[in-house]
Design a protein around this ligand. Structure first.
Ligand code: EPZ
Length: 419
C-alpha cells in the first residue's frame, strides 16, 4: 500500500491549477443515466472516485470513453438499473444513481450505503422524498428497491442535504409535473447539476436558493447530445490556500471561481493574510503571524465542512486559542488524534474542537482516515519540522488529483512510496 514521505518545513511559491469539482462531476455523471444520449463532460478530475463512477455506469450498461479530463458517456445502451454493494460500499455517491434510474426505468435497485469513517450517514431524506413522489420504496437484503411512476410533489428536507437534493432533482428529469424542493441545498455543485439538467430540457426556478421548483420533460426517446464543463473544485482550491497560509508562502491558485470561496477568503483575511482576487485566480500573501480565528462549519454559503480539518491544522500553529465547530457532521474529527501526533494541541468536546496554537509541528508517523482528514495531515506535514510518514493515502486519491505532483511543483517535498 502506498504512503507519503513528507519533508518539512517548506516554502511554497508560484501557481497551482485547480481541477474540476469531484462533488459536481459525480452527480452529473449519474444524471446522464436518466435519458438515452451522448454526454461529453469536460474539466473532469482524474480521481479514484470518478474511476469508480465510470465502473458503475458501465455495470448499468453505459459506454464511457475517457480522454484525460474529458469523459464521453453514451447511455443509449443502459439496461441494468442496479448499483451493486461492491461499488456503493467504496463510494457513497453511487447512491445518486437511484433518482435518474427511477426516472428513466420506473425501477431501480441500489445498495444502501454503509457508514463512513466518521459515523452513520443515513439516506432517509432521499427515501422519504421518493415515497412522497409516489414511488414504492422497499429495503431488501441491504438493497433499496424503488419502483413506480413518479408524480409532482412538495418535498421538504428536515436538514439541507446535498445528496438528497441532487437525487430528487435527477428523479424529476423525465417527470412533466412540478416538484417543489424545500430546504434544498444551495451548494455550487448543486447549481452546476441544475445547469446540466437544464440542458436536458428540465425547467428549474430558484437555482442557488433553498426552494427549487422543477418541471421535467416527458421525452419521446429521441437521443440527445450534450456537452458540459464541470466547475472548478472549491474544496481543492481552499486546501491549497490553506497550504500557502500554513507555510507562510505567497501562492497563486488558478482556475477557480473566487465567489465560491467567499467565506474562506474572509476567514483567511482575519488570520492576517492578504488576498487578491482576479477573474479566475486567487493570490494569497501570507502573514508571518497566524491569528486564531474560530470557524463554524455549515451549509453553503457557510464555511464548508470539507475544509474543517484543513482549518484545524492551520489553527494548530496560530498564536492563540480557537474553536472549530462542525454542524453538518458532528463526529467528523477522526483527524484530531493524528494531528496531535504531529505535536498539535487539540481537544474535542461534542462537535467542537478546541485548538491551542503551538510554535511548531514535528514530523511523525500518521494515518489517513478520510479524504479531507488526509489533506489536513499533508498540510501539517509540509509545515512541520522533520519527516512525516502518512499511510492509507488511498483516501486522498479519492478526492485530490495528483496532489503530491501539484504540491512538489510549487516547492513541497513529498514522495509516494510503496510500503
Ligand atoms: C456531500 O455529501 C458531499 N459529498 C460531502 O463531501 C460533503 O461533506 C457534504 O455533501 C456536505 O457538504 C459529495 O458531494 C459526493 P448531505 P452528502 O446529504 O450529500 C444528513 C467530501 O469530502 N443527512 O448534505 O452525503 C447527513 O448525515 C465529501 O468530498 C441525513 O440525515 O451530504 C449530514 O449530517 C464528504 N439524511 C447532513 O444531512 C439524509 O438522507 C448533510 O449531508 C441525507 C443527509
Amino acid at each position: 500500500m502506498d504512503k507519503f514521505v513528507i519533508n518539512g518545513p517548506v516554502k511554497l511559491q508560484g501557481s497551482v491549477e485547480i481541477s474540476g469539482a469531484k462533488n459536481a462531476v459525480l452527480p452529473i455523471m449519474t444524471a446522464c443515466l436518466a435519458y438515452p444520449g451522448i454526454y461529453t463532460l469536460n474539466n473532469v478530475p482524474v480521481l479514484r472516485d470518478t474511476t469508480t463512477m465510470v465502473k458503475l455506469l458501465k455495470t448499468i450498461g453505459a459506454d464511457v470513453e475517457i480522454n484525460n479530463s474529458q469523459l464521453v458517456i453514451d447511455t443509449r445502451t443502459c439496461d441494468n438499473p442496479e448499483a451493486p454493494y461492491e461499488l456503493v460500499k467504496t463510494m457513497r455517491a453511487s447512491f445518486y444513481v437511484l433518482g435518474p434510474l427511477l426516472s428513466r426505468f420506473k425501477y431501480s435497485k441500489v445498495s444502501l450505503p454503509g457508514g463512513c469513517a466518521w459515523g452513520p450517514r443515513p439516506v432517509d431524506y432521499h427515501i422519504k422524498a421518493f415515497k412522497e413522489m409516489g414511488a414504492k420504496v422497499t429495503l431488501r437484503g441491504g438493497y433499496i428497491l424503488a419502483e413506480g411512476n413518479l408524480s409532482g410533489a412538495v418535498v421538504e428536507f428536515e436538514k439541507s442535504s446535498v445528496g438528497a437534493t441532487g437525487n430528487v432533482l435527477m428523479a424529476c428529469i423525465n417527470l412533466n409535473e412540478e416538484v417543489i424542493i424545500k430546504n434544498a441545498a444551495m451548494e455550487p455543485e448543486i447549481v452546476d447539476l441544475c445547469d446540466f439538467i437544464e440542458k436536458m430540457g428540465v425547467k428549474i426556478r430558484g437555482k442557488g436558493t433553498s426552494e427549487l421548483k422543477v418541471i421535467g420533460v416527458e421525452k419521446n426517446n429521441n437521443e440527445i447530445i450534450i456537452e458540459h464543463e464541470i466547475i472548478p473544485d472549491r474544496i481543492e482550491a481552499g486546501t491549497f490556500l490553506i497550504a500557502a497560509a500554513i507555510t507562510k508562502s505567497k501562492l497563486d491558485v488558478c482556475n477557480v471561481i473566487p465567489e465560491h470561496l467567499s467565506i474562506v477568503i474572509e476567514k483567511l483575511k482575519k488570520v492576517g493574510c492578504d488576498i487578491i482576487e482576479n477573474d479566475k485566480t486567487i493570490t494569497l500573501i501570507p502573514s508571518d503571524n497566524i491569528k486564531p480565528v474560530n470557524v463554524i462549519a455549515d451549509i453553503y454559503p457557510g464555511f464548508p465542512t470539507d475544509l474543517q480539518a484543513q482549518w484545524i491544522v492551520l489553527m494548530s500553529i496560530s498564536n492563540g486559542k480557537s474553536t472549530v465547530e462542525d454542524t453538518i457532521y458532528i463526529d467528523r474529527f477522526s483527524h484530531i488524534p493524528e494531528l496531535n501526533r504531529l505535536g498539535a494541541s487539540i481537544s474535542l468536546n461534542d462537535n467542537i474542537a478546541y485548538i491551542e496554537g503551538v510554535s511548531s509541528l514535528y514530523g511523525a508517523e500518521v494515518m489517513s482516515t478520510d479524504i479531507r482528514a488526509s489533506a489536513s495531515m499533508i498540510l501539517g506535514a509540509i509545515a512541520a519540522q522533520g519527516v512525516t510518514s502518512l499511510s492509507r493515502i488511498y483516501h486522498i486519491d479519492r478526492g485530490y488529483e495528483n496532489i503530491e505532483k501539484k504540491l512538489n511543483a510549487i516547492g513541497a517535498d513529498i514522495k509516494r512510496v510503496n510500503d
